[in-house]
Design a protein around this ligand. Sequence first.
Ligand code: NI
Length: 204
Amino acid sequence: MNPSTPTPEAAPTGERKWIIAVAAAISILAIAAIALYPVWRAKPGGSASLVGGPFELQGPDGRVVTDADMKGQPFLVYFGYTNCPDVCPTTLAEISDVLARLPGKPIRALFITIDPERDTAASLKDYVASFDPRIIGLSGDRAAIDKVERAYRVYARKGPPENGGYAMDHSSIVYLMDAQGRFVEAFNLERKPEESAKELEGYL
Ligand code: NI
């Protein structure tokens, strides 16, 4: 045995384990708070918006969709993935409920995948077909997705293998962007769709 090997520490006692668990939980919360703080703090149309920015992604039918294509009308942005068991389909259904209150209005919503390895532009197109037609599914190569995730300060991480696939752990924020493509706020869907629709209409 190598004599310089440090003596292993005694196994943590019950109390120490507890302290370690609490410290770990506090660190995780602190990191999440630091990462998400600018999303909540950013002021509409601030000179240097901390959320959002240029992107170039793959849209339906081989179309390239960029931030420039979104200029002129307000839009929503949501990040998720088609294999999501609950949060993503629920959120897209809520967005659809809001858009249903704005018939014919040129407000679009982008559903940007955080799982481009499985979600192609074509599979996203099929997936969003069950929601409002103004919801556009976007994919891209890993570098393009990483870039847009960073710009919107998205948290997304691949979970452990399960049922022959994997789940993604991810933040779930609907970003409201104004007609100039500037971040306005984390859009509130926790109210009646009519109220959310009324607010959106104010940005037209
Ligand atoms: Ni999801």
